[in-house]
Every structure is written in structure tokens, then in C-alpha cells.
Design a binder for this molecule. Structure first.
Ligand code: ZN
Length: 151
């Protein structure tokens, strides 16, 4: 590592700290030439899980936070659900994927988590999302879902 002050490559690590969140490693270094102290940060690139979508053939695509959020926002349109609540729901799903080190996840699993989250936030948003993601194609199954909700 080159000194950020004088540019020589002769630096020494004087302290190392690891941050559990995100697995970040900070190293405090000191230049052996000019004595300048500086910090370097090492980060492991975050590997996005792959989302497997139902259908023939199966489709795979990297998990997209934006897409997930858009889907939830669409379901919550004109409903009394705050942006902060949507953000929390997205974050909850993201950290679930991260904490469990999930490399591949079905879109169904993610959809189910959104549905579970929306159920507690807003019934209409929940139902909108459920209709799309549970593939409720006919009125009977929508009604079945409403009955379940009212039960
Ligand atoms: Zn230096």
C-alpha cells in the first residue's frame, strides 16, 4: 500500500478493526518514510442472490432492490402506507437474503415475504400484491383469499 502523502510503498499496519456489519475491515497504516498515518478500508463485494422465476423455461436474474420496491410501491399506490414502511419491508427482505447467505432464491419466496409484510401494513395493498404474485387468475381464488383475510 502506497503512502497517501509521500507515495512510497513502505507502510506498516498499526491497527486493524473489523466491522461485523458488511464485513468491512479498516486498517490504520503508518508510513515508514514520512510518518503519515492513514486508513484503508477493505470490503468484500456483495454478491447479489439470483432470483429464479417460475415459468417454462425457468428464468434467472440478479436480485434487484429497485424492482422489489417498485412492485411494493405499485401495490401501495394511493394507500396510507408510508415510504418509510415500504423501505423497512424492502430492507427486511434484503437482510433476510444476506443473513442467510442465500445464493439462489425463488421469486415465490420473495413474493411470500412481501405478502406477509403487506398483510400487516395494509389489506388492500396486500390483496393487490397477492393477486399478482400468487397468480390469482380467477375471481374464485381472489374471493378465497379475501375470505382468508377476513377470517
Ligand atoms: Zn509517506
Amino acid at each position: 500500500m502506497r503512502c497517501s502523502c509521500c507515495g512510497t510503498g513502505n507502510t506498516r499496519v498499526v491497527a486493524t478493526t473489523t466491522h461485523s456489519a458488511g464485513g468491512e475491515i479498516r486498517r490504520r497504516r503508518q508510513c515508514q518514510n514520512c510518518g503519515h498515518r492513514f486508513t484503508t478500508i477493505e470490503r468484500v463485494p456483495v454478491e447479489l442472490p439470483i432470483v429464479v422465476k417460475d415459468g417454462v423455461p425457468l428464468r434467472r436474474e440478479p436480485f434487484s432492490r429497485d424492482k422489489l420496491k417498485q412492485g411494493i410501491e405499485l401495490a401501495c399506490a394511493k394507500r396510507p402506507v408510508s415510504q418509510a414502511a415500504i423501505e423497512r419491508l424492502v430492507e427486511g427482505i434484503e437482510s433476510y437474503l444476506e443473513e442467510n447467505n442465500i445464493g439462489e432464491v425463488s421469486s415465490r419466496t420473495i413474493g411470500q415475504r412481501v405478502i406477509d409484510g403487506l398483510r400487516t401494513l395494509d389489506e388492500v395493498a396486500y390483496l393487490r400484491y397477492a393477486i399478482v404474485f400468487l397468480n390469482l387468475e380467477d375471481l374464485a381464488s381472489v374471493r378465497c383469499e379475501i375470505d382468508r383475510l377476513l377470517a
